[in-house]
Design a protein around this ligand. Structure first.
Ligand SMILES: Nc1ncnc2c1ncn2[C@@H]1O[C@H](COP(=O)(O)OP(=O)(O)OP(=O)(O)O)[C@@H](O)[C@H]1O
Length: 322
């Protein structure tokens, strides 16, 4: 694992990330309807990637193509460099996933469920079973019947099953459905742990941006079958600090000039007694200082912060399905 992680180190000390799954110009048409329209993105090892979009955007369809459950109309999906279309068995052999609810036998214990699942593969040792139990924090209740488990525990048992054969990619479709905030928080911890300890790539689909915020390194936003944007979660959160600020001042034209000199790419809007600009909230004091230096009197300020939810609605053009 260690060697793998660093095999991408180049002479110039830059770590080259290794893609585990590559979606290359994927299109899906059913009849004359284009459901997925030319989407391209990679997910790297050790990364939790969020596939985010409103209901009907095309998340499940994309995942179903990845699992070979439906055909790909155009483009290709590579898993560890193997093409899902013509090398399916090898490509899929290193993928674990939960598409709907995990399949579990309620009247058996967690451990017995894991043993059943292990029988579907060759060479899964008791040591590996114990490892996945520990990874998913199931030690204390693993010998209790699954019927007595909370939804969060059932999710974790499902994940433990999916991990038995040491996949390099784990795919979870709407894993937080029905979980309470504490359950989501817990799941997040386990997924992060997985990405970091086992260097696994994790693909999570969701229509809940706030849940993605807690779990993902990057998000790809899909809307009506098109990939609208891919962003690092940290960048998206930075933008959350962006705010539209209105300064009521004694000299509007001087204030406008001052703002235009400070932020050349940013449009300044003038009102009768005020100027308005879109900035990062941490630039606020910089502006006040500049106004003071230029002897512009600030009589009042008003800030409208953009929330992450606003950002999502802006990216997807609202939650409407066609
Ligand atoms: N077999 C099919 N025939 C026709 N249209 C389909 C078919 N399967 C899916 N669609 C349409 O494709 C679009 C994408 O559906 P998909 O289930 O992939 O969306 P989703 O993002 O997973 O949404 P949700 O969050 O509701 O599961 C929807 O408009 C859906 O009606």
């Amino acid at each position: 694992m260690f060697e793998d992680k660093f095999q991408g180190l180049t002479g110039s000390n830059t770590i080259v990330t290794k893609p585990v799954v590559q979606f290359k110009n994927i299109t899906k048409r059913i009849g004359d309807k284009t459901i997925i329209d030319n989407i391209t993105f990679d997910i790297n090892e050790g990364e939790v990637f969020g596939f985010l979009g409103p209901n009907g955007a095309g998340k499940t369809t994309t995942i179903r193509m990845l699992f070979g459950l439906i055909s790909i109309t155009e483009g290709e999906i590579l898993i560890n460099g193997r093409n899902v279309k013509d090398d399916f068995e090898t490509a899929i052999s290193k993928v674990g996933g939960i598409i709907e609810n995990p399949e579990l036998y309620k009247y058996l214990s967690g451990y017995e469920n894991l043993k059943q699942a292990a029988n579907m593969y060759e060479n899964i040792t008791k040591v590996r079973i114990d490892e996945v139990i520990e990874l998913m924090g199931l030690d204390k209740r693993v010998h209790d019947k699954v019927g007595t488990y909370s939804l969060g525990m059932r999710q974790r048992l499902g994940l433990a099953q999916a991990l038995l054969h040491r996949p390099t990619l784990i795919v979870l479709d709407e894993p937080t459905n029905g979980l309470d905030p504490a359950g989501i928080h817990e799941l997040r911890g386990y997924l992060r742990n997985l990405a970091e300890k086992e260097n696994i790539a994790v693909l999570i689909s969701s229509h809940q941006l706030n849940e993605m915020e807690l779990m993902c390194d990057r998000v790809g936003v899909i809307q009506k079958g098109k990939l609208v944007t891919i962003q690092k979660m940290s960048d998206l959160l930075k933008q959350e600090k962006a705010a539209r600020v209105t300064f009521t001042v004694d000299n509007v034209s001087k204030a406008k000039l001052c703002l235009e000199n400070m932020f050349r790419d940013q449009e300044t809007i003038i009102h009768e007694n005020s100027v308005e600009i879109f900035i990062n909230s941490d630039q606020f004091s910089e502006i006040i200082n500049q106004f003071v230096q230029e002897k512009i009197k600030v009589l009042a300020t008003e800030t409208a912060t953009k929330t992450l939810e606003d950002k999502f609605l802006e990216l997807t053009g609202g939650n409407d399905i066609e």
